[in-house]
Write a protein that binds this ligand. Structure first.
Ligand code: HAS
Ligand code: HEM
Ligand code: CU
Length: 575
């Protein structure tokens, strides 16, 4: 395709770019702040990978007091901070554009600053080595109150966006009675509703228990109660991280691949299932916690297997969209069609690589979910192996892909280098695959996670049996370091670039059409059964209420028994 026509920058270029859509600016702030946090978080990853290769670089790093201070920064900035900013920006902008409604900018900026003040507080605590708690901040480890207050503000910021998007949607519904919500808006609202329910555990843990305790107002906290509240949110948060990627795979990727959405109603169904099933499964992180009933653990295990269903629906549905796209480009055969996909486009390729990494990521999740198998891998290197190909790739690499079109869309600055963007995606993918092979393998040998090898004793026999996988982890860290350098180079060169394309040449938002829409336009009508299903699925408030009810049934007995048998303990500082 021909390069887009460019115009030289006018006097006040930035504001003119946002003209017509001032929400672009706040979106850009969310995305770029998130990416800056990722930059710092990711910088520490390769050092940890070297640690797993038994190479200790921490003695040369005076700014990190310990391996665990670095690991706390890495986990918090990548998994909690980067994701929350990026998702808040994305799932504010996309649904508003899909509905054609401008968000209230005062509210959106208030959310941004609430988050940012919170993150600065928490960062101050972690950087000062006063909150070396890892990203799970389990009591009785006790950190500075600034950390907990900051974490609470981060969540509150995201909830402000959640409420805003839900309110905008209800307003839209009132003005468009009987109409079906556009797919992207529908999926965004379902995701935010899920997060409203899911974040409750973390909010209660931090606000009711940890903040007063860290301020010295209460003497102790019950670690088991705190962990249970944490994992109530802690499992569902993984869908908060991955559903925005699903939105992109379902509703944007088909158009980017040159095709259509295979099934609009399947996409809606899977998001309703996520709304219902994401939260009442957190006990699968606590199979090894004594003091919780095996009965509820088993029930939540079964529900975990059920929540795999919407991901399977997604795999086949999105796979079908890709095949349709390839067929539209003349592809055919069982697998031959994949060659016809636009592999030279980093927006496409990064997403499909993210999806491919998610196949073993999901399979590993099913192993973890199985109560009996989890005892073999819990707290081993297997677990970081699992989540670097889920949140670290399925989510992160998809967000890379989104940044490759969305940052140009928001700024009207063309992507600095398509080639470098492609390289960064392929290297990230292969780096994470090697990482995952190494870490899963180590886990099976029994190598623990969260281990500073230079300071650990008693592991030498195990290390001698894990030489190959440990080396793989180290090598993957180096590959990932190169990938990260390339990615951030593209992003900063894009953002700092001086050329802006004209309004007409702006990268469009790739909202895709569905197969049903295309057929209806061609006069083929549509199935009344599917239309009926979509009408039922449209009642998201009903599913919200059902989700709340389900989570109460699945968790209330456990919380009641924990509250009736409190075991508060004072705080510890082990670093
Ligand atoms: Fe997990 C631990 C179970 C999904 C993240 N998980 C973690 C932790 C993290 C995490 C961070 O049951 C560690 C927490 C800690 O620090 O202790 N997980 C699951 C299950 C799923 C799952 C059953 N996890 C995720 C996602 C994450 C994530 C998503 C982040 C984004 N996980 C567990 C369990 C533990 C756990 C236990 C605790 C273990 C322990 O002992 O501590 C499922 O949701 C997975 C379903 C996914 C699939 C894959 C579908 C595939 C798709 C792609 C298709 C590709 C196509 C491409 C079509 C079934 C959608 C084709 C392309 C062509 C070109 C042809
Ligand atoms: C932990 C490496 C990127 C999230 C780890 C560990 C390693 C590692 C080796 C295990 C440390 C241990 O258990 O002692 C890397 C490398 C990366 C990278 C080389 C890429 C350059 C990411 C990304 C995310 C992420 C993009 C999320 C978006 C996490 C989390 C932990 C972790 C949540 C767990 C921390 C904990 O156990 O407290 N990483 N990582 N990492 N990583 Fe990464
Ligand atoms: Cu989980």
């Amino acid at each position: 395709t021909a390069p887009p026509p460019t115009v030289s920058a006018p006097a006040s270029p930035a504001e003119q770019v946002y003209f017509g859509h001032p929400e672009k600016k706040v979106t850009l702030y969310f995305l770029v702040t998130g990416l800056l946090m990722l930059l710092i978080g990711v910088a520490i990853g390769p050092l940890q990978a070297l640690n797993y290769a038994n190479i200790d670089v921490y003695q040369y790093l005076p700014f990190l007091k310990s391996y665990y201070q670095g690991l706390s920064l890495h986990g918090v900035l990548n998994a909690l901070v980067f994701t929350t900013y990026f998702i808040s920006g994305l799932l504010l902008y996309l649904p508003c554009r899909a509905l054609g409604v401008r968000p209230n900018l005062v509210v959106a900026w208030a959310a941004y600053w609430t988050m940012t003040i919170g993150v600065l507080m928490a960062a101050w605590a972690v950087l000062g080595n006063n909150a070396t708690l890892l990203y799970t901040f389990y009591p009785p480890l006790q950190g500075s109150p600034l950390f907990y207050i900051g974490a609470a503000l981060l969540v509150v910021g995201s909830l402000i966006i959640a409420v805003q998007v839900i309110v905008i949607w209800t307003g839209w519904k009132r003005q468009h009675p009987g109409e079906t919500t556009p797919l992207v808006a529908y999926m965004s609202v379902a995701t935010w509703m899920m997060w409203v329910i899911a974040s409750l555990g973390l909010v209660v843990e931090v606000v009711v228990f940890l903040i007063p305790w860290s301020l010295g107002w209460t003497k102790g906290v019950d670690p088991l109660l705190a962990r249970t509240l944490f994992w109530y949110t802690g499992h569902a948060i993984v869908y908060f991280w991955v559903l925005p990627a699903y939105i992109s795979w379902y509703a944007l990727l088909p158009r980017q691949a040159g095709g259509v959405i295979a099934s609009d109603s399947m996409a809606r169904l899977s998001f309703v299932l996520f709304l219902l099933l994401s939260t009442p499964v957190g006990l699968h992180h606590q199979y090894s916690d004594t003091g919780l009933s095996i009965g509820w653990k088993t029930v939540q295990m079964l529900l975990t297997f059920l929540v795999v269903v919407p991901s399977m629906l997604t795999a086949f549905s999105v796979g079908a969209s890709l095949e349709l796209a390839a067929q539209a480009r003349g592809g055919g055969g069982y697998f031959g069609w994949t060659r016809r996909l636009p592999w030279k486009d980093p927006v496409f390729t990064a997403q499909v690589l993210a999806m491919i990494s998610f196949i073993p990521g999901g399979a590993g999740g099913i192993v973890n979910a199985s109560l009996a198998l989890d005892t073999a891998v819990h707290n081993t290197a297997w677990i970081p192996g699992h989540f670097h190909i889920t949140v670290g790739t399925a989510t992160t690499l998809t967000f890379f892909a989104i940044s490759f079109w969305l940052l140009p869309h928001l700024t009207r600055k063309p992507l600095a280098s398509v080639k470098m963007a492609l390289w960064s995606a392929w290297l990230w993918f292969w780096g994470m695959i090697i990482f995952a092979v190494g870490m899963h393998w180590e886990g099976l040998i029994g190598i623990p996670r969260r281990t500073y090898f230079a300071g650990a004793t008693g592991l030498s026999e195990m290390i001698s049996r894990a030489q190959v996988p440990l080396a793989l982890t180290g090598i993957s860290g180096m590959v990932l370091a190169v990938a990260a350098v390339l990615y951030f180079t593209v992003i900063f060169r894009t953002l700092l670039g001086r050329t802006r394309v004209s309004a007409q040449a702006e990268v469009p938002i790739p909202f895709s059409q569905s197969l049903a829409e295309v057929e209806a336009l061609a006069g083929n009508g549509g199935s009344p059964k599917i239309a009926g299903a979509v009408r039922v699925l449209e009642r998201l408030w009903v599913f919200f209420a059902l989700a709340l009810a389900l989570v109460l049934v699945m968790y209330l007995p456990t919380f009641i028994s924990l509250l009736l048998n409190p075991h508060p303990v004072p705080g510890l500082r082990l670093w």
